[in-house]
Structure formats: structure tokens, C-alpha cells
Unconditional design. Structure first.
Lengths: 373, 373, 373, 373
């Protein structure tokens, strides 16, 4: 829907998770006869939950635990675990920083150089637990570090930035990462993003990526809207990228690129809506940072929080809700959408009569004018 | 109105009670010449107020009191009165639970088995007072308990769940409740729901139900929006189900199925709007939990609050406003829509010039962009 | 704009003062060359400000003061001044009532019978000051008291209720007030309302009224939205009744019925918007209750606050801003739209290039999606 | 988009900064290869940041500092620096005024006459620092003071009021300022405004102005919405005036009049959106009042705050964030859009793939129904 903002400018109406909801249909189903499984490349997962490569969410230990619970944990390969031999004391320091000192001190903490040997060691630790191994780099460090990562052995390679485009313009003496060539030559399936629009996602799909992350810093810890004026509400972003998936499948004679919602997923209700809008899986930050085992210890932050000259996020307190197993599989002892994510997703699908995730992407959606019973 | 959320997803614009209001017309009327009566099957009621089968609202005593005041009280047959000989002490314990312990302890309290003899005894108590007798079961316990209920004697049989569909898919060894067969064989009129859409309501009407409950956990004590991502704003839900009533009347050669709004009715203004949207009667939770006689003693909760693994509601404090008689028939000593429900409904009808509930369903409605004088 | 709420119900999109604003044009003007004068029947006023017949706003003294400042004060002839010889002590008691006792005690205070001799005396007091004399009755007491009022001598006769319709249905033994006959036989110009829709206003115009009050309990002290579900946002209501004025002028060969916005006018900005929507004058409650001389002494209430069985308003604290003269004509020492109403209106007209009120009704209006700079 | 408010009134849907956001595209860019330069007349600036002529923002010292940092500081020539020899003590007094005394005392402070010699001295001080010299007068004092200003020497002459129109109607004995004649005869480029609509801006462009200020008292310190009912949301206002720029360029055979957003710019995100809507540069109040060097010392006010009889703004506390250099060029130690304005603008342009400001005016815009992730 095109809107005239003024004589010289038009805009498009877009929607976030809070604007939409799903509605029951004429059929219902027992939660027990519902499947939440999905697969990407050779890897099968019982649940579509991917832990985001953020230091407050994924340690090697939580990556293992999430893998054992049927999901996927992605380790941030530019974070504390690859900069520090013993990151526990650093994590503790971050938790205890006063609010007005957090940005500056975290900037210092993250200026410690990345140790390639730690990349190798951390990934090995996950592999030993016999769960799928996934690590993430930012686009501008991928060329520098990818060989270390590949040699260490990953099952899924994640390239994650605020916006990753297939056409990056730079005046550095070394040319920017050629994603298409990079992915083609790599033996490992690549998940890449964020992309927030149909066009940018379609271009990423054409690079050969196995999955595309949808989002643009929409999480609880991000302030890109105030700092950059950029905002990509998730319901529209996911539905647009799902449209790119469909069109790319047509132009590629059937290659299915997975759409992974990444950002702004604050509750089980948001997870449900993400899939209803077309996501195949969800990358979770805030909701998993609330696990007892989460390395953030009740605090949560992304890389934006310690950017060199333009931080675009904060270290935020998200609290601790339950052990990871309970948070994912229940039973929930709270009723706010923060626990039993798996049970909530299954029940939503059951209540609306769908039996698997792909079907559930067709569930009916409504928009409401504002918060009302 | 269809809205494009993004390339691969469309949604429908829907409305809740807060989004709409009724407007006066050119004619006015004295409140004294207005009738709020309705009938379902052989039963006539002076007011369209039905007390919801929730333990914080309906005890045998309040069911009797509401019946004597011209309404209908529906007893929850899976609640404290059929699990405990003396539920008063249990009610007191629930009232005094600290917030962080409520979910877990209520789950234990409600794990006490249902005693069929108590079903018989409680319904007999209501019958002795010579008011209409109504009891409610959830869909998945209906087959197990309905004979006890029918033998105990009910005038109206209520089957109430979050979503009740005419086509439930299950992999249990015993097949799911066949609503159509069940209702056909039962001698008692059945009210069934919730249904939140045209299609699901139409299917329920075709089972032979005398009334359909409209709603999906929209009440003050529900958190399905955060947990399941499901939301069925009531103004649209009622107007859709009223459309199903009209179409079903056509296809059935004139059978009129009653539409009963159930959920999200927090004030007399909401009751007025529910009928304006097409409801024949309203099932009330929160507003009646504020009666001095209410068993919740100022607290209110639904079955979602003590669900085994995925609670989707809370025990909430609603306070106490007035004795039941004053709350229903006035005089009101407060001006917030919490008292003299009957007087408020009559005055709304009078002010807009309508003389009975069926006519009043045609009153003009407005939508306002946001809260403003 | 017709909106589908659901299958069986449509609604109209409406707007309140908060939803709209006026915008400058290409021409500007000095505030000094702007006129805010208007006339109704034989009476000329320098400003379009009419003080509402509410006990917290208009005493005989403030009616005189407002008249001397170029406006009109309408005395409530069913209020404290016509029930009590010395209402000052009663006013003081109301001011000091604790919140939870206010409704009940005010109901008692206002159950004191009206003394016709006090009607005569109060109106005489205003007349002696040689300002226009105006008094208000509610529709259902008009027949009983109008002769007293007419004999006492009023220049403008106001009949004011929540909704006044030209077709009232009643089953009282005595028939309802026949407005058309009443107005025809009366020698005094009549202002009547509230009317909130095109049709109801058109019918009132056809009774021969000189002015129509637009509104339905939209003021700060009203809670009709919560209690009755009724809401008539003012921007739309005024624009609709202005449409009735235009159509009635056509069908009556040129009779111009004045449109007076009544309700929800909380600031000078709202007054400006009311006239921009088509009002010829504004009836003010809250804003004048903030005058130092206001009998409410910083408190404000309408008749809804002490209704017998269904109060639909509260006694609210509005505070005291400035002496009446400063409040109307400035200088303002606050910048929140509560003072220098006359100056603000003049400046708005000047800034948008209009020279009189009638022209200013054509000023451009905008709607904004939500509060934003 | 025309909206029917009611039968006799239509309105236009408009948008503010909070309603819109920009979205990434398929291309990205390094922030280093982005230019934020612009030029007006013979003057080149590295950044589009213009400090507003407000006493809490621009002193001769901060005008110099901003000029040295690549922006432009405009001195208020009717403010404290031209009324007082030593305004520092007056600034200190204003900072320390209690809230309820501020309006009255500031009115007294600003009643001190303007000293033309101080105009000359203050402008000379800026000129000595070899940065562009700009001073502002209000329209109604321009005739009286402009010769002093021109003789003192300014590079850019700013005429700034709430609304400046090319057709002002006055009944003063002396005729109003003839803008066209004035600008034609003046040797110095003139920036004039505020204009909030297409038509008023087009008329100002036809006077020969080099730049037009877009806005109408939309800043943090303004209350024109409550007092005057006037509101010109900035996204629409800028896009409309950008439309006037395009149409005027056509009718004038290519004269490009600069569009400068003035008001309601509270963060770097708002600056980004202003340019996205079509602005060539932005005039900043609140965001620069937060500099350590700002003369307001953490407080901010405009001329509306001390108006003679109708103040339409307040002295507001905005706090202190960082030294001016850090606030403009970073590094930012906060993530709320209040620091590193230049870096944020560059990064927004880079993230969406644009290389200069003029191109960036074409970036895609979205509207979101309400605040949501």
C-alpha cells in the first residue's frame, strides 16, 4: 500500500509483530499430533529455534545444550569466547558495570584481539558434544577469519551483520567480500543476513546462501531507530523475504532458501507470528538470554552496544526466567510468553489446525488498530 | 478489508471493543419503555447477563442469586466445587498466594480429582432454588462426565474451551467428541464455544447447538496474545458470528442460534457494544468477579491460569465494587461502568431510541482513530 | 468512510479534536485585524465563548463577569443556585468531599427541591448587571419550570441534556415535551441540544431552535464511554451538524441555525479546532472551571455526577489557573492552552490568514496518525 | 489522501517523523565513501547542520565552534547577546528560575531593548574567526534592524518566525515587510521561514529566497498544538516543500531553493528522516542545546516562551550530553541518537547505499501503524 507522505515523497505501510495476530480456524488439533521440525541442507532439527550469535546468549556450553534440546546454537566467533581464554570474569564485569560506564568499558573489553586458536578450540568443544556446529562472523571480518573457521570445522557458517548486501561499495584498497564467489567455493552451507527487503533478500539468495536472516537490529537491545532512523518492522520484512523465497524458487528451478527471522522476537507469541508470516525458523536473542544458563546472567547485548564511534544498542537487563530446558520445552510457571516456547508454538499450530511449520505459514492473520480486548 | 502485510502475506483488519462506540440517533426513549429480555430454547431471561463458569465468579450460591436477578449463572463442573467438599478454604488460600507462587500452587490445587457426586450435589442445590440450572464442561472431559451432568439435571448444557471446533483432529486411541452426534442425542439444549470466526461458528451451528460462545481468551486474566500470538478482537468476532447466525438461519430454514459474547467484557460500555455488534447475550467474568458475593473475593482467574505445562493467564486482582444486586440493577455509586449493568444497558438503548435487544443490534457504530474527547 | 467491523456490522470512521489540527496557509494577518464576534438572534457577542450551565462554572456573579467580558454565561436553573438560598457552603462541602463519598453525598445535595422563587431571583440579579441573561433547563423539567423562567425574563433559553431528540418516546401518562410546539409558542430564542449526528441536529433545527448544542457528554468530567458505550468524537460531530446547518438553510430558504460545540473543549487549541470544524460558538466547562472566580473552586462536575441510579461522570479536580479576565483575554502566564483563550483564537485566525469566524470555518485541517513532532 | 471528518469538513492525512522510517536497500556502502556536504549560494559546508537562532543554542562562541566543525551557527539578533553586554549572568538566572516563575521573569528579561551596537559587535566577533556569519531577525523587526545587520556584515541573512508568508495583512500605519522587494534589493542571500505547506513555501521561493525554513513550532519547547490548535507534522511538511522546490525550479528555469527542516528534530534518526523526506539541510535546536558549550546550560527555550500575552512554549530541561565536537562528530558514548550526529547520518546513507545528500533524498520510506519491533 503506497502512501503519499507529501508532494515529493511516498512511503509504504508496513507492520510489526505487535500489529498482527493469528486467528483460529474451523479445525483444531491435539498439540501431540503437530510437528515443529525443519531441515536445512543435511541437518534436521526438532525445533526451529536458533540461538543468536550474541555473547549474552551463546557460550560453547549453551550451544551444546540447545543442540541437545533439538535446536541450534550459533557461536559468535568475534566475541568474548574467541578473544579471552577465560571469558567468565569478563562476563561478570559486564554484568556489574554501572549504566553510564557500560558503553565505554565494553568498547575496551571488545578491543582485545581475536585469537584464531580460540576459534578452533571453541568450535571443537561443541563438535565433541555431537551436536551441529555453527559459528558466525561479521561480513567485514569474514575474509580474514573464514579459513580458520572452516579448518576448525563448522556444519553451518553464518555471516551476520545489520545489513548484508550482495553489492557492497567500498574504497578500501582490498575489494569487499564477493559473497557469490565466497559461498560457491565454500563447502559448508552458509546462512547470511540481515536482509529486510524483498530485493536485498533476493540478491542474497542468488549468491547461493542456504538461508537468509531477516531483520535489521529490531531486538530489545537495539536503538537503530533513534540513531539511524532505520526501522524494518518484522511482520512485513518476513513476508517480503518469504515472497523472495517463492520467486527465487521459481527462477532457480526449485532451490528452497530458508527464511530465518532474526530480531524483535520477545515472546513465544512473536515466534508464532514470525512463522505465520513465512519464516522457516527463528533466531532468538532476548528470549534465550533469559535462560538460567545464559552467559549474560540476566543481561543482554549485541555488537551494536560497543561500536567504536556510533553505538546503536544498549546492554539491557532481561532477567532470568527458567533453566534452558524449561524455557524451551516447559512446563512454564509463568504466563507471559517467556517459557515453554516449544509448547506454545505446538499449541498455536494445534489450535489453528495445522500439522507442520510449512503449512502453518498459511495461517490467517489479522491487523488490529490498537491494543484492545 | 484485506491488507498486504508483505509480498507473501495478507491480513484482515479487525476491531475490538475499545476501537468502536455506539452513537445516538434522531430518536430517544425513556429507559422504562425498554426491554432487555431474551430467551433461549424454553428459557426466558429478563437480562442477557450470563455469569461465566469460572471459580472466581460462580458458586452454587451466586448462580442462584444471578438467576433470581433475571440472569443465568453457569457453574464450572471441573472447578473447585466439584473437586472439594469445602472449597471455601481453598478459595481463601488462592486469594492469599504470593504472585510468584500462584501458578504452581494453583496447578496442584486443581490436580485434585473431580468427584462426580459433587457435580450431582452442586447442581441439585441450584435446582432447589428454582432458577434455571446450567453447568459447563470443557470439550475434552465432556464424554467422561456428561452422563453424570445430565442425570443430575441441567436446563442448559455448556461446553466451553478456548477454541471449540466441529472438526477436531486427534491421535488418541479413543476418537474425539463428535459434537453433532452428541448434541443430537442429548435432550438438553447445548451452548458451545468459543468460536472466533465466521467459519468455525457456522460449523458449530450446524452441530445443532442452541447457542455459540464468541471469543478466544480475551479476558482480563488471559495472556494468549503474548503466549500463543492468537488474538480475536471481540467487535469483529461478534459481528462475524452474527453473520454466521444469519446465513445459518437461511440454510436451516429459520433456526436461530443464539450468539453469546464471551470474553473481554470489562464494563457496562463493553456489554452495550457486544450487543450492538450482534450478540444476543453476554457471558461475564471480570465484571461479576467484582461482586461482594463473588467466590474469588476480589480475585479473578480462568482455567488458563493453572494449565499443566503452558499457563496462558494469571490470577488477577479485580477488587470488589458492590453487592451483586447493586452491580446488576443499581443504583451505582461509581461512574466507571462497573455497576448497574442493567441500568446502563437500558439507558444506552433508550438514548439511541431502541426498545428491545434484537432491534438494538442495528444501532449505528463508529470507529475512532484513537482515544480522544 | 464506511468500515466493515465484521460480516454483520459496518461502522463509520470518526474523529476527535486530538486527531486533527489546523495548518497555516499562504497568507498571514495581524491578530489586531481579526474579529471573533458573532450574533445569535438580536444578541451580539465579542467572543464566541459561552459558559456551560454547570454549577462549578456559572454562578450569577460569573455569568455577569463573562457577559461583561464579551461572552455569555448560562445559569443552570436546576442547580445549587435554585435549590439553596446560600449555595456557597454547599459548594464548599462538595469541594471537600472524599473521593469515595462524593457520588452518594452529591446525590443527596441535589435532591433538595428546586425553588421557583430562586430562579426568579437569580435571573433578576444577572439582568440588573445589563448583560444578556440565559438560563438552562433539562428537557424533562422544561414543561414544569419554563413559565417561571420566561416570567423571570431570559434573553436566551437553553434546553440541554445528554441527547435531546425531536422525537422522544415515553410511556408516562403525560406526553413528552413537543419541542416544535414549545419553541413556536415561546417568545424567546431557544438553544437546544446535545445532538451528535446530522439527523438528530437537522430534526432539532426543524423545531425552530436558534442554536443547536453539539456533543454528547464528551467533557473531562464525563464517563459515558465506559458506562454507556456511547462516544461522539467532537470533530466529526461538529462537522456533521455544520452539514445539517447548511442543508437546513437550503430547505428553510435561508434560516441560519447556530452550531455551538459543547463538550470536550479542554484548551484554546480545542476551541480553535471546534470553530475550524464548523462551530459558530463554543460552550465551555472545564476551561472556565479553572478561573479563580469559578464557583467550583478548582473542582468541576456535571449533572451526570449525581444521577440517581447511573452516575456517568465524576467530580474532577481541574485546578485554578488565573482570574477570569486573564483566562479569557490574557496575558497568559502559562503556555498550555489554558489561558488567554481570546488571544489564542485571534492568533490562530491571524496565523492562517482569516479575518472572521465564519471565514475561519474554511481553514485547512489535517489528520495525523498519532502524536508526533 | 483526503479524509471526510464529517459532512461539512474534509482533512488531509499527514505524517510526522515518528510515523516514518527509512529502510535498507539492496546495496550498501562504507561510511567513508559518503559525502554529507552541501552548498548554499557561495558557501560550502561539510555537514548540513545549522544551529537554530535560539539563545539556548547559539552564542557567538558556539557559532564559531559549529562553523569550525563544518556547520553553520545562526545568531539570534533579537536575543540576549544583542540586549545585554554580559548575557552570561542572565543565562544563569534563567537556568535557575523556578518553573512557575519562568514565563513572567523571562518576559521581563527579554523586554530589555535591543542594542544595535551589540549586533555589530557580536557579528564582528564571529567574522574574526573566519567562519560563515549568519544572523536571524523576526519578520516584524526586519525593517527596523536590517541595515544594522547588513552593515555589520553577514554572509547569510535569516528571517525566521513561526509562520512567514509572502502576503501578510496588517492595519499598521506602516505597511508590512515586502519580502520580494526586500530580498531583491539586499545583496546577501536570505533564508526565510517557517513555511509548513506547499503553497506558502512556493510563495516564499518566488520572493527570491536562497533557502526556505520548513516547520511550525514543532520543537520540544513548543506548545502551539495545545494553544493554537496548529500542527504541521514534519515529514509531510518537508515533502510538500520539497515538491514546491521542484515545481519552482521548473517555473524559474532552474533556480534551486534550499529546503531546510526546522523543528522537531530531536535525534540523529530525525535528522536522517528529514533529509529522506527532501530536506537539503537541518536547523537544530534541542539536539545542540545538549552540548556542553551550549549557552542554555542544559536548558532550552524559544522566543515563544516569553511572548507578551500568549506564550506558546516552555523553558525545558534537555540535559547535557557531550562536548559539541563529540556531539557532532563522535565518538558517541550513548546510543540514543543524541551524539555523533554526523557519523549517524553517514552510516544511514552508507547502510542504504547512497553517496551524497541529494541522492539520499530518494531513499525508501515506510510508515508503521504504531511503535513495534
Amino acid at each position: 500500500m503506497e502512501i503519499e507522505i507529501g508532494r515529493a515523497k511516498r512511503a509504504r505501510q508496513v507492520y510489526g509483530f505487535d500489529d498482527v495476530a493469528i486467528v483460529p480456524n474451523r479445525r483444531t488439533r491435539d498439540p501431540e499430533v503437530v510437528s515443529t521440525a525443519w531441515r536445512i541442507d543435511a541437518f534436521h532439527f526438532d525445533t526451529p529455534f536458533i540461538a543468536a550469535p550474541m555473547d549474552s546468549v551463546v557460550s560453547p556450553q549453551t550451544a551444546i545444550a540447545i543442540g541437545q534440546l533439538g535446536g541450534l546454537g550459533v557461536l559468535n566467533l568475534e566475541g568474548l569466547w574467541t578473544r579471552y581464554e577465560n571469558p567468565e570474569s569478563v562476563l561478570e564485569e559486564i554484568r556489574e558495570l554501572p549504566a553510564d560506564a557500560a558503553t565505554v568499558r565494553m568498547r575496551e573489553i571488545y578491543s582485545q584481539p581475536i585469537n584464531p586458536e580460540l576459534i578452533t578450540a571453541r568450535l571443537a568443544q561443541i563438535r565433541e558434544a555431537e551436536v551441529p556446529v555453527a559459528g558466525a562472523l561479521s561480513p567485514h571480518r569474514t575474509q580474514e577469519l573464514y579459513e580458520t573457521v572452516v579448518n576448525a570445522g563448522v556444519d553451518l557458517f553464518v555471516i551476520r551483520g545489520n545489513t548484508v548486501s550482495a553489492e557492497h561499495v567500498s574504497n578500501d584498497t582490498k575489494p569487499p567480500l564477493n559473497l557469490k564467489k565466497f559461498i560457491y567455493e565454500l563447502d559448508v552451507p552458509v546462512i547470511v543476513g540481515g536482509a529486510a527487503t524483498y530485493t536485498s533478500a533476493l540478491h542474497l539468495m542468488r549468491t547461493g546462501a542456504a538461508g537468509v536472516l531477516v531483520g535489521f537490529g529490531g531486538g530489545a537491545s537495539s536503538t537503530t531507530r533513534a540513531t539511524l532512523g532505520i526501522h524494518a518492522p518484522m511482520a512485513t520484512a518476513i513476508a517480503d523475504v518469504a515472497g523472495a523465497r517463492r520467486d527465487y524458487m521459481d527462477e532457480s528451478d526449485g532451490r528452497y532458501v530458508h527464511v530465518i527471522a532474526d530480531g524483535g522476537l520477545g515472546s513465544s507469541g512473536d515466534i508464532v507470528k514470525a512463522i505465520a508470516c513465512g519464516a522457516d525458523a527463528v533466531m532468538l536473542g532476548t528470549v534465550l538470554a533469559r535462560a538460567e544458563e545464559a552467559p549474560g546472567g540476566g543481561w543482554h547485548w549485541g555488537q551494536e552496544a560497543y561500536h567504536d564511534d556510533l553505538p546503536r544498542g544498549n546492554r539491557v537487563h532481561v532477567g532470568t526466567v527458567a533453566p534452558l530446558a524449561e524455557l524451551l520445552d516447559g512446563p512454564a510457571n509463568v504466563a507471559d510468553g517467556s517459557a515453554n516456547l516449544h509448547g506454545a508454538l505446538r499449541r498455536s499450530m494445534a489450535t489453528t489446525g495445522y500439522s507442520d511449520l510449512k503449512e502453518f505459514q498459511r495461517v490467517n492473520l489479522v491487523v488490529r488498530p490498537r491494543s484492545s480486548p
